[in-house]
Every structure is written in C-alpha cells, then in structure tokens.
Design a protein around this ligand. Structure first.
Ligand code: NAD
Length: 335
C-alpha cells in the first residue's frame, strides 16, 4: 500500500506548483460531482465534545471506497496545535484492499480551496476581481491560490481578529504576486469585494457577516460554519440569497442553512455542474456556497493523488498488512 505523509505531500505540491495541483484537482472534483448518482452518500459521522468534533467521512463509487478522519478543534491554537488535522484511505472495492493511505491535512486545505473556486467559477458574477477574506488561518493561502488559479483573482482584502494571522498570510504570499491589504474590520474588508470568503473557526453561531454588509451581486464562499451550532452568516443574508450546498441532508445539520426552516430552498452543486439547474440568474443575485465539506471531495483528492503519484517517489510502501505465502495462514507470520 502506498503511504504519502506530509513530507512527500509537500514535495509533490512544490514540484508541480500549487496552482497546477489545484487546477487539476478541480477537474477531478467537477468530474466526480457530475456523476453524483454513482456515489454512496451519507451525512458524516460526527463525535462532538466540548472542545470540538472528530468526524469520519466515507463514500464509494462502486469501484473504489474512500474515507477521511478529520477533527475540528477551534481552541487548539492555545495549545499550539492545529484546528484541523486529517488522514484518509482509498481502497479497491473488489478486494477490499487499501491502496493509498495519505495525510489529508494539507489535502483537505487543497480540496476545500479547489472546490470553493470551482463553485465560484459557476456562481460569481462575470469579471469578479476582488475577494474579501475573513479568517486568515490555515485554509486562507490555499483559498487565495485557488481563486487566482481558477478565476484570476489576485486582489485580496484580509481581515482576522488576530492581526498577526493576517500578517502571516501576507508574509507567506508576498512573493507570489498577490495584491493584498490588511483591513481593520470585516466591514472594511468587504467594501467593493465581488466575492467574500468567510473562513473563521469558532464553536458557536457567530455573525461574521451581517445583512447590511452584503450588497447586490456578491458571491459568498462560506467555509467556516460546518458543525451543528457553528455558523458565520446572519440568517437574513440567506433569506435574500440563492444558496448552494454539497449534499443537502448533511448541510441541513451542519451548514449555514441549519438556521433556516426545513423547506428553505437550496440547490445541490451537482445540479449546476451538470447543467440541470441554473446558478446565478441575474448580475444582482447574491449567491452563497454554504460549504461544509463532503466525503466525495475527499474521495476526489484521494483518487487524484493515487493517479498522480503512481510509480513515482512521492510515496513509501507501508506494511499495514502482511503478504502471506499461504493466504489462510496468518499465524504463519509468527512462526
Ligand atoms: P484556523 O484556526 O487556522 O483559522 C481560523 C481563523 O479565524 C483564526 O486565525 C481566527 O483568528 C479567525 N477568526 C475567528 N473568529 C473570527 C472573527 N469573528 N472574525 C475574523 N476572524 C476570525 O482554522 P482553519 O483551518 O483555517 O479553518 C477555518 C474554518 O474552516 C474552521 O471552522 C474549519 O472547521 C473550517 N473548514 C471547513 C472546510 C469545509 O470543507 N467547509 C474545510 C476545512 C476547514
């Protein structure tokens, strides 16, 4: 079985270029969402505790099976630990044998960013140039690269309650050709923004965006609200917007729309990717991608990695299970 840890993942991304990886990955995501019917789908298993959540995200297309283990602990930074860490496995359905075991902390940031930008390609108004980014932690630079790779957006207006985190983002990207400004409030950040990305971590219903901050024509990429009791947008924004979700059953539990009545209308992304439903109809529409992260996105990146690293040195062989001389003699390994 192939094993790709953090070092090999970093090497793979650096060698290929992050925007190339995101662009290729977006094609896998689009392809997989277009064949939505082929996937087993279930809301993820979530084990909640006071400090956060641990989740398992499985799916299969009948040929391959994938799952991800991921946590979300907003207070971890106080212990110098990351909010989100993850790993995942891809298996062959025919034999049940795992073929890839991968780190997925970086992979999650990549697939979340690629998905956000892919969705914005369908939903943001033509000629969008400027993005406000509220919450500049671990996901933020990946989002910035994805929006430039897929939409050509390089003007970023940053805001984080901790200014040193915005400064970290500027430092990380200063040689990458972005035009970035650090703002003193989220109100200042959203001024003149065509797209607003909210990417904050807090285990509560927060109002990162209030209704008066969102003008006509804006596309909102809401990433941070992804658990029961954890949202970022005021419900009034959702009421006057067109809202798009990955998988409705899971998003009703975890997404911004947990604030809305059960019959509140949403569109699943596969429907717009396949052309079955319309995305933005008018330049003045407010569109919201209520992102929570769904198992098919993790499946797509595992599938992408498995294809790309095959017969390369971006993985090691892992002896997670033995090779037996006699397939019915497990005990023979001990003798
Ligand atoms: P992080 O802890 O590295 O960064 C979060 C940042 O938000 C911090 O810098 C914090 O200071 C800032 N913040 C908190 N409250 C704020 C506020 N009111 N205004 C402005 N900034 C604020 O976390 P991360 O790894 O970047 O993840 C961010 C969020 O995205 C988390 O909630 C995580 O669960 C979620 N997430 C979602 C997906 C998805 O698929 N939708 C994928 C990965 C992560």
């Amino acid at each position: 079985m192939k094993y790709t840890g953090v070092n090999n993942m970093v090497r793979f991304i650096k060698d290929h270029g992050i925007e190339t990886v995101i662009t290729e990955l977006a094609q896998y995501l689009e392809h997989d969402f277009k064949r939505w019917e082929e996937f087993d789908k279930t809301p993820r298993y979530a084990s909640h505790s006071k400090g956060g959540v641990i989740e398992l995200m499985p799916t299969s297309d009948g040929q391959q099976f994938g799952f991800k283990y991921v946590n979300g602990h907003p207070g971890n930074y106080k212990k110098d630990l990351q909010t989100v860490i993850a790993f995942g496995v891809l298996s062959e359905v025919e034999t049940g044998y795992p073929i890839l075991f991968s780190e997925m902390t970086i992979a999650t940031a990549l697939r979340t960013a690629a998905m956000s930008a892919l969705v914005a390609k369908y939903l943001a108004k033509e000629g969008s140039k400027t993005m406000a980014m509220i919450g500049n932690g671990c996901q933020a630079e990946f989002q910035a690269h994805a929006f430039r790779a897929l939409l050509g957006i390089d003007e970023l207006r940053l805001y984080d309650i901790d200014k040193s985190v915005s400064e970290k983002m500027v430092k990380n990207l200063e040689t990458h050709g972005f035009n970035m400004s650090i703002c003193n409030s989220s109100q200042e950040a959203v001024k003149r923004a065509d797209i607003i990305t909210t990417c904050t971590a807090d285990k509560k219903n927060a109002t990162i965006l209030s209704d008066n901050m969102v003008g006509a024509g804006v596309h909102i990429n809401a990433i941070g609200g992804d658990c029961p009791g954890k949202t970022e947008l005021h419900a009034d924004i959702l009421s006057r917007a067109k809202v798009f979700v990955e998988y409705e059953e899971q998003s009703r539990i975890e997404g911004e729309i947990q604030q809305m009545p059960e019959d509140f209308e949403v569109t699943e992304l596969w429907q717009i990717f396949s052309g079955e439903k319309q995305g933005r109809a008018l330049e003045s529409d407010i569109t919201v991608f209520d992102s929570v992260g769904f198992a098919v996105e993790d499946f797509s990146i595992l599938r992408y990695l498995n294809d790309k690293i095959d017969s390369t040195d971006y993985y090691e062989e892992l002896d997670l299970f033995g090779t037996l001389d006699d397939s019915r003699n497990l005990f023979g390994l001990l003798t």
